[in-house]
Design a protein around this ligand. Structure first.
Ligand SMILES: C[S@@+](CC[C@H](N)C(=O)[O-])C[C@H]1O[C@@H](n2cnc3c(N)ncnc32)[C@H](O)[C@@H]1O
Length: 307
C-alpha cells in the first residue's frame, strides 16, 4: 500500500489500497478510511453484497443512509449495484468533513474507478439537500423525523470504535436502528463485541458478514463485519449466525458498550466512562476478561477497521 501522496491543505493523505482503489489515511485519527487490502473490495463485500439487493424487484425504491460518507466509495459501489438491479434510490448521507469527498473527486484514479453515471450521481447526491453535513449525532434526529422505520439500508462506516466511539454508542446505534423498516439492514465492517452488544441493546438481531476469502488474511479476521436488522436475518449465503467464539466474545468485558446519553460527549469521556464500567464488571466477576477469551481461541489482535 502506498501512503506517500500528500494532499495539499489537508491532513488527510491519499493512498492506493492493494486492489488499486483509492483511499485516505487520517493522521489525526490514526486510521485509514478502508481496509488496506482494498477500498473497493471492502465496499462491495461488506456493504453491497450483504445488502442483498435481489430482495427488491426492478423499479422498486431503495432507501439508504450512508453514515460517514467520506470519499463516497460505499455509496458509489451501491449506486452501480442499484443501477444493475434496476432500482430507484433515495439516499441520505451523514458526514462531518467535506475534505474526503473533495480529495476523492479530485483524484483521477478515484474517478476512473466508477462508471461515469455512478460518479455523476454520487456528485449530485453529495451536493444535494439530503447530504446532511455536520456531526451525525446532531443530524440524525432530523432524519428520524422524516424517515423513522422506513430505511432499507444503513451503511455504517464510522472510524473504528476506539477512534470514534461517538458514532458507536448505544444511543447513536439506537437512533440508526429506529430508522430501519422491519426487514431493513444496518451493515458495518465492524465486528467489535461492544458494537454488536450495542446493536442488540438497540433491539436488533445480528449476524456475521461472511469474511470474503480475499480479505481474510489473519486468524483474527474471523468475520467480515456485522449485519443487523429488526427481524431475524434468515437464510443468506453472505451472512451466518455468530459462531460460538463470537457469542462468547459478547460475554467478555470487550462487550461493554459505548454510552453517550447526552449525544454530545467527547471521545475521551466516552472511552473513560466505558473503562470505568469495565473495571467494575471485572472486579465483580460479572464477565470474563477478553484477554483470556483471546488466549482460549488463539487470537492475536483487535477487531477494529482492518488495516
Ligand atoms: C472510515 S471513514 C468513512 C469512509 C467512507 N465510508 C468511504 O467510503 O470513504 C469515517 C468517516 O466518518 C466521518 N466522521 C467522523 N466523525 C463524524 C461525526 N461525528 N459525524 C459524521 N461523520 C463523522 C469522517 O470524516 C470520515 O469521513
Amino acid at each position: 500500500m502506498d501512503r506517500g501522496v500528500n494532499a495539499e491543505e489537508s491532513q488527510l493523505r491519499s493512498l492506493r489500497t492493494e486492489d488499486g482503489s483509492f483511499s485516505l489515511f487520517s493522521p489525526a485519527v490514526g486510521e485509514a478510511f478502508h481496509s488496506g487490502r482494498g477500498a473497493l473490495a471492502e465496499a462491495r463485500s461488506k456493504f453491497v453484497a450483504p445488502a442483498a439487493l435481489e430482495r427488491w424487484r426492478p423499479g422498486q425504491r431503495l432507501r439508504v443512509v450512508d453514515v460517514g460518507v467520506g470519499t463516497g466509495s460505499n455509496s458509489a459501489a451501491l449506486l452501480e449495484a442499484v443501477a444493475d438491479a434496476g432500482l430507484e434510490l433515495e439516499w441520505w448521507g451523514l458526514e462531518l468533513d467535506h475534505e474526503p469527498l473533495r480529495l476523492a473527486l479530485a483524484d483521477a484514479g478515484f474517478c476512473g474507478q466508477w462508471r461515469p453515471e455512478a460518479l455523476q450521481r454520487l456528485q449530485q447526491l453529495c451536493n444535494g439537500a439530503q447530504m446532511l453535513w455536520g456531526d451525525a449525532r446532531e443530524r440524525l434526529p432530523q432524519l428520524l423525523d422524516q424517515r423513522r422505520g422506513q430505511i432499507d439500508l444503513v451503511l455504517m462506516d464510522a472510524f473504528s470504535p476506539s477512534r470514534c466511539p461517538q458514532l458507536w454508542s448505544v444511543e447513536f446505534l439506537g437512533g440508526l436502528a429506529a430508522l430501519l423498516q422491519p426487514e431493513g439492514r444496518l451493515l458495518t465492517y465492524c465486528s467489535a463485541a461492544a458494537v454488536r452488544q450495542g446493536l442488540r441493546l438497540a433491539g436488533l438481531e445480528i449476524a456475521s458478514i461472511a469474511a470474503p476469502s480475499g480479505l481474510r488474511a489473519q486468524r483474527s479476521d474471523w468475520s467480515g463485519g456485522t449485519a443487523a436488522s429488526p427481524t431475524p436475518l434468515g437464510d443468506d449465503p453472505r451472512l451466518r449466525p455468530l459462531s460460538p467464539m463470537e457469542l462468547e466474545h459478547l460475554n467478555t468485558n470487550a462487550a461493554e458498550p459505548y454510552r453517550d446519553p447526552t449525544g454530545r460527549a467527547s471521545r475521551s469521556t466516552i472511552l473513560q466512562e466505558r473503562q470505568r464500567r469495565q473495571r467494575q464488571q471485572l472486579a465483580g466477576g460479572a464477565v470474563e476478561a477478553t484477554s483470556s477469551w483471546r488466549r482460549r481461541w488463539g487470537l492475536e489482535s483487535g477487531a477494529g477497521h482492518p488495516q
